[in-house]
Design a protein around this ligand. Sequence first.
Ligand SMILES: [Zn+2]
Length: 455
Amino acid sequence: MTRLEGEGGGDDMAIDGAEPAKPQLCNVPEGFDPNYLKLYYGKLFPYAEIFKWMSYGNDGKHPGCDHTYFGRREFSFTLENDIYLRFQSFSSSSELESSIKEKCPFKIDIGPVYTVDPAKRHAYAKAGDNVFSPVERELIFDIDMTDYDDIRYCCSGADVCLDCWPLMTIAIKVIDTSLRDDFGFNHILWAFSGRRGVHCWVCDLRARRLTNEQRGAIAEYFRVYKGNENNHKKVSLGQVLHPFLVRSYNEVLETFFEERLLPGQKLLETEERFENVLQMIPDESFASDLRGRWQDHRRSSNVKEDINIVRWQQLKHLSKSGKHKAQGLRRCVEEIVFSFTYPRIDMEVSKHMNHLLKAPFCVHPKTGRVCVPIDPDHCEEFDPTAVPTLSSLLRELNMGGPVADHENGWEGTSLSKSIRFFRSSFLQPLLKSCKEEIEASYNTELQQSKNSLSW
Ligand SMILES: [Zn+2]
């Protein structure tokens, strides 16, 4: 008798032990499953770390701590079937934990800190004052691979692979260096978005208190990409290059272009592809000279060398030669490199304080991958296809043996490396600064009140 025949036969055989059906952990299929998500939130999600981060030192015992701080932060949950729960707020780590465990959100977003508890905003509105507004928010950046579809040939849309991922590595390197060196920020968290991009959280107090106008100005600072589908020249660098762009070009863009993207994306391999590059060249005689060389395959006798690299060297060499030594050609080489490498930021996300951004350590509901932090100092080593998935973690939990002995369920799983990195490289230095800031501002206030009493 096959199983199917047995079903609905009316005489369900008693299953030994009569346990309720559980997901089969030994054989967890890849992908996303709400049942697995429940186990993930039950055993693996780092609640304590997220609470510590979002408290910014205000959960301490110092009299300068603001104990309302964490409770004024907006969390937003996306439940199954795209049900959105905006303006969730929690007064403690355990409240956050039990709500997440109960609701099992497919996605958790983090919003700003408001003037008042966002869950009680209506009560305040009835009181008549317009007191509900955002007061603090990390400066955030969202970089999505779909914005690069016109310059990658390996995949499109939601897909990423190791040939196009260097575009994200470039974005992390360029933006991280600038945020630290040009803007003086120290507490920066990078995270994988779970599918096809990266998120950046700048958490210094100075960054959290930026106005929308200031955020807009910083986002504009990073913008050189002004192209559209009908305009072949995507980047216009102007006469004098800003020192930030010179540094980005010399330290990151040129090398990544020549070593990774040119051969990886085969940018000059076919006529269709090299035409895209030739159309960015303003000098028609220079472009047609190159076109002539590249269309004639027989001339490239050295078959061992990558055709894309050979052609690029020709372009660079010719642009400097006497025949074509026109003014704009040197800049044109740089503009081509910028077009194919420079970070493309979703400006709207960075400009507004009340934009939501997915919390690190969420699980992407399409890929099942965890949104793990990325170390900007070693971002070349990050492999999006090797990030732990819901299924791989549950398999580890099941095989790991004495996982229950650990205080944290994630210890002993492949998530522990990410959580330890989050703690030691991001959270600990951040909380040290927060402590100092709370103490300093408390002492200043104390001094001020003393001064006002002693006249
Ligand atoms: Zn790809």
